[in-house]
Design a protein around this ligand. Structure first.
Ligand SMILES: [Zn+2]
Length: 360
């Protein structure tokens, strides 16, 4: 067996609480009311005021879906580009743009919590399983190992990799860095962009998890770790780099060419890994009709001679498999293995023994 490439969507992080897009707005609204430690309440207020005001008015006239955070994120990015959103001036549009990013990032961070067992912080179980599988492949001398492509902003898998004592290769530099390939197509809560050269600078995830807000309060078994305060304390990348606490993330439904300057090395690396894969496993990704980016990336990556033997799609919903099947040519269609079920069970079946050995 050679290279396995995992493609992970929101459903893969749902197991440790990170929100999927359905119901995201309600969860963000709950946070706005409960105001946990570390929450940028002002940003949440800006976002929800706009949603009830100017965005609601747009919704009355067009098909802007104000229940869908991805829709809002994309719309606000467009408003910033055009400098136009009825009811808001230029400064307010920029404030809303920053607030929308903050709401996305902090909702993911506050809900996707890590388990504190005694003094030890544990990574999400399923992600630990993936890393255990990676480690086993390397130990067995399968030097090609595994690669992980994810749409998720959270650091659940990042933490799992570091927890196992391995390095992460985010695909941000060339030639490839040492470590486990973890290609985050939509960015990450622990990435920031240099304001001078637009390079992405990742924050070491273990540093981010070392201190936790509210540590003095009652012992919590599930802990949230906002990255924002840490991003602000990093060293400038270039002279003149103004440190921003806003994470480098890409709106999911947006025309991504605007982000090419910053993210192209990650996307190119993902395409390379896909083109060399023997086995592709798509888990927890709903492949929205609007995401032509991924459709095209997959199509181009596996065009030409491919080594793919198997393509698994793991999703609780049957129609996702059918949607992905439609994208495949006859050659890959024969290798297609839909699996109706959740990511946790799939990982358990594959790596349950390894997880038990590691104490999970
Ligand atoms: Zn720079």
């Amino acid at each position: 067996m050679a290279k396995t490439v995992w493609i992970l969507g929101a459903g893969a992080s749902a197991g440790f609480g990170a929100p999927v897009m359905a119901g995201f707005i309600d969860k963000a609204d709950d946070l706005r009311s409960s105001r946990p430690d570390g929450l940028d309440s002002a940003a949440f207020d800006v976002f929800f005021r706009a949603r009830q005001g100017p965005l609601q008015q747009l919704h009355a006239k067009t098909v802007v879906d104000t229940e869908d955070v991805e829709s809002i994120f994309g719309l606000v990015e467009m408003a910033s580009l055009l400098n136009k959103l009825p009811g808001l001036d230029g400064g307010e549009i920029e404030e809303l743009r920053s607030a929308t990013r903050t709401v996305l990032v902090q909702t993911v961070e506050q809900l996707g919590t890590f388990e504190l067992r005694g003094q030890q912080l544990l990574p999400p179980r399923s992600y630990a399983g993936l890393v255990a599988g990676y480690q086993q492949a390397v130990t067995r001398g399968q030097s090609e190992g595994h690669a992980f492509i994810t749409f998720n902003y959270d650091v659940g898998l990042d933490f799992a990799i570091r927890w196992f004592g391995l390095d992460i290769d985010y695909g941000l530099v060339k030639p490839a860095a040492r470590g486990v390939p973890l290609l985050k197509l939509h960015g990450s809560v622990n990435w920031r962009e240099c304001t001078q050269c637009h390079a992405i600078v990742p924050l070491e995830v273990l540093n981010m998890l070392k201190t936790r807000p509210g540590a003095a309060s009652a012992p919590a078994s599930q802990v949230a770790f906002p990255a924002g305060p840490h991003l602000r304390t990093m060293s400038p990348h270039c002279p003149g780099d103004v440190l921003s606490p806003t994470a480098a993330i890409v709106p999911p439904s947006w025309n991504k060419t605007q982000y090419a300057r910053t993210f192209s090395s990650v996307w190119a690396r993902a395409a390379k890994e896909l083109s060399e894969a023997r086995e592709i496993i798509v888990a927890g990704y709903s492949m929205p009709e609007s995401d032509s980016f991924f459709r095209d990336l997959l199509a181009l990556s596996v065009a030409g001679p491919t080594r793919i033997r198997e393509l698994h799609v793991v999703n609780p919903m049957q129609d996702i498999g059918e949607r992905i099947m439609k994208l495949l040519g006859p050659e890959l269609r024969n290798r297609f293995r839909p699996s109706v079920g959740n990511f946790e069970n799939f990982v358990q079946q594959r790596y349950g023994d390894l997880l038990r050995e590691k104490g999970f």
